[in-house]
Ligand binder design. Structure first.
Ligand code: SF4
Ligand code: SF4
Length: 78
């Protein structure tokens, strides 16, 4: 029987939807920076044009709060 995939950081990272975000600029896209809620602020400079983290499966799975982790840094997990 197949086991469900483990809830590892690597498995969660592929679910990140930052690439669909209006704030996700060309710099971050080129650098393939994602998963800011766990990995911290982007090295690229991003402007606040909206944040789609609330629509992300990781956000729900990990019960995150807030947003703009690319600018503000890692999420505080409950
Ligand atoms: S909550 Fe935001 S930063 Fe974290 S994985 Fe989802 S889209 Fe990416
Ligand atoms: S952390 Fe939020 S604002 Fe930043 S790129 Fe990801 S979805 Fe957009």
């Amino acid at each position: 029987m197949l086991r469900p995939p483990k809830d590892t950081i690597g498995n969660l990272k592929v679910s990140c939807v930052c690439h669909n975000c209006p704030s996700y600029g060309e710099c971050a896209r080129n650098a393939k920076e994602t998963f800011f809620c766990f990995e911290g602020k982007a090295n690229c400079t991003l402007e606040r044009y909206g944040c789609v983290c609330m629509q992300c499966p990781v956000y729900k799975t990990k019960s995150l709060s807030g947003g703009y982790f690319c600018i503000g840094g890692k999420a505080k997990t409950k």
